[in-house]
Design a protein. Structure first.
Length: 170
C-alpha cells in the first residue's frame, strides 16, 4: 500500500466517524434514559401523559433607574426561570439604589409529563417544559420527540431532571 492510499484511507475513516456522530445526535433516547442524565442536550421520545395549565416563566430581567429614567442592565436567560435572584444595583449616573426597579420579560410555558410507550416499560415520568408556540396543540396520549436540555433542579426535597424543550415534534 502506498502512502497516498494510507492518507485516503485515513480520510475516509474520519468521514465515517462524522456520519456516526450525526446519526447519534438524531437518535432518540427513552424517558427512562433521560431521567438518568444530569446536565446535557438530548433528543427524547415519549408519550404525553400529563399537561399543565399554561404558566409563565421569566425570560429576561431589566434594571431601571426611575430617577434618571434609564435602563441600566438587561439579562436574557437561555433557559427561562421561575424565580429571579434580586441583587442590589446602584445607578452609575445618580449613584442611588433606592429608585431602582426591576422589569421582567415573560414567556408562556406548559409543563408536560412524558412516559415511555409500551406494556413492559417503567412508569417513570419526565417533566418537560414547553415554551411559546410549542405550548399550542399539545394532546394527551400523543407520541412526541422532544429536543432539549436536561437540567438538574430542586423539586420539593430532592433534585430532579427537568427537560427544557427547544423543539417538539409528533
Ligand atoms: Zn439613576
Amino acid at each position: 500500500m502506498s502512502l497516498d492510499d494510507d492518507i485516503l484511507k485515513g480520510t475516509s475513516n474520519v468521514a465515517e466517524e462524522c456520519t456516526d456522530t450525526l446519526e447519534q445526535e438524531q437518535h432518540c433516547i427513552t424517558v427512562s434514559q433521560t431521567l438518568r442524565l444530569h446536565n446535557e442536550s438530548v433528543n427524547v421520545r415519549g408519550v404525553i401523559v400529563g399537561i399543565s395549565e399554561p404558566i409563565k416563566m421569566i425570560s429576561a430581567r431589566t434594571f431601571i433607574c426611575n430617577t434618571c429614567d434609564i435602563k441600566l442592565e438587561t439579562e436574557t436567560y437561555d433557559r427561562p426561570r421561575f424565580v429571579d435572584s434580586q441583587k442590589k444595583l446602584k445607578c452609575p449616573t445618580c449613584n442611588s439604589n433606592v429608585a431602582i426597579t426591576v422589569a421582567y420579560d415573560y414567556v408562556n410555558v406548559v409543563k408536560v409529563k412524558l412516559q415511555d410507550d409500551g406494556s413492559d416499560v417503567q412508569l417513570e415520568q419526565l417533566t418537560c417544559l414547553l415554551f411559546g408556540d410549542d405550548t399550542l396543540n399539545i394532546h394527551p396520549g400523543e407520541m412526541v420527540e422532544v429536543k432539549g436540555y436536561v437540567e438538574v433542579q430542586p423539586h420539593k426535597d430532592v433534585l430532579q431532571a427537568i427537560l427544557y424543550a427547544q423543539r417538539i415534534a409528533s
